[in-house]
Ligand binder design. Structure first.
Ligand code: ZN
Length: 153
């Protein structure tokens, strides 16, 4: 039995004050990372305080390159929301700038993945113009829809 999910609304992330600049940059497919000008540490997600030195007035945003390595991953067989089609892969990616990012791997099955593998940033468009950062294992991978899986299912 097939189940048509294309009419379901995907829950869209809510934005609080700290995240406004970060989310606005996703409209231009820019992944922002906070950098501290006092200790030079980086962090993701955005916070009001530097997790390295405790500074509250030295944080700025830099643009991430979009390159990273796969730190850990897990295949989800039972989706967290009916609009999501399983299986899909959630992952922790260590981006070049240092922070770990909780994300999704697209265009690859969990059998294709191994830790420390190079991964590349891609964007998943949201209806309101923002985008979600996801990663894939090949820089050439370009086509993805939230409602399709790698095997066309
Ligand atoms: Zn700092």
């Amino acid at each position: 039995m097939s189940f048509d999910v294309t009419h379901l609304e995907v829950p869209v992330p809510q934005v609080d004050e700290l995240f406004i600049a970060w989310w606005e940059a996703t409209r231009d497919h820019q992944f922002l990372v906070q950098r501290c000008t006092k200790c030079n540490g980086t962090q993701h997600y955005p916070r009001a305080i530097c997790t390295g030195c405790g500074s509250t007035d030295a944080l700025c945003f830099i643009s991430a390159t979009g390159n990273g390595t796969l730190y850990s991953f897990s295949e989800v067989l039972r989706p967290a929301h009916p609009s999501l089609r399983a299986p899909y892969v959630v992952a922790l990616v260590r981006i070049e700038e240092g922070p770990l990012v909780l994300t999704q791997i697209v265009g690859a099955a969990s059998n294709d993945l191994q830790c420390d593998q190079r991964v590349y940033l891609k964007w998943l468009s949201l209806d309101d113009g923002r985008a979600l950062p996801v990663f894939t294992i090949t820089s050439e991978f370009d086509e993805y829809s939230h409602f399709r899986t790698h095997n066309g299912g």
